[in-house]
Design a protein around this ligand. Sequence first.
Ligand SMILES: *[C@@H]1O[C@H](CO)[C@@H](O)[C@H](O)[C@H]1NC(C)=O
Length: 205
Amino acid sequence: MLGKKLVTAQKRGETRALCLGLGMVACSMMMYFFIGITIVPSYKRSVWTNESVCQLIKATIREKVHCSYNEGSDDENIFRYPCLEVQVNLTLLGQVVKLYHTEDTVDKNPKCFYIPPNMENYSKVEKLVKTITDNFRKHQTFSCYFDPSRKEESVILKRLYPPEGLSFAFVWPSLMLFGGLLIIIMVKISQYISVLSATQYRTSI
Ligand SMILES: *[C@@H]1O[C@H](CO)[C@@H](O)[C@H](O)[C@H]1NC(C)=O
């Protein structure tokens, strides 16, 4: 009687552990999938892999440019920002090219070096862009990233998607997959052992 209860309790425990393990495996698969469709494309597009030294040629503020997120909207007065254009000498190759803040800037607005993150207050945005321009004039030489294949001519100042970042994104789902598989294997081993001991018990009497 007691033995039967114990066996049922053990079975229930095993089923729960198995569900947990399978759930963890499924969850990690979903995480891999999301990383695959959201983060990986950004990293793949990031061709600016080599570091070099850039020398400022000129940094000029052009006409006010529409916020690219808001293109086609009716109200033309909101969300404009001064467009800072920066040209640098990629000293390694002696080429004069356009400089952008990050990989995202190139995608969103290839006219300007910088896209302000918050555009609601125009005078604040204007001040920010002015500060950036002054900084360039103060520090004329700085490190930058370029595409070694030269398919992409422009250079960027800051990499948002370095390759190390991608492997870091895979750490959590991989840990979860490993944990889930470990639980499943342990349950299977314990089931195997209990079957083995049960048959041994039966043969011994
Ligand atoms: C760019 O830098 C290289 C190396 O410092 C130099 O030889 C070249 O004259 C520069 N080009 C321009 C346009 O300033």
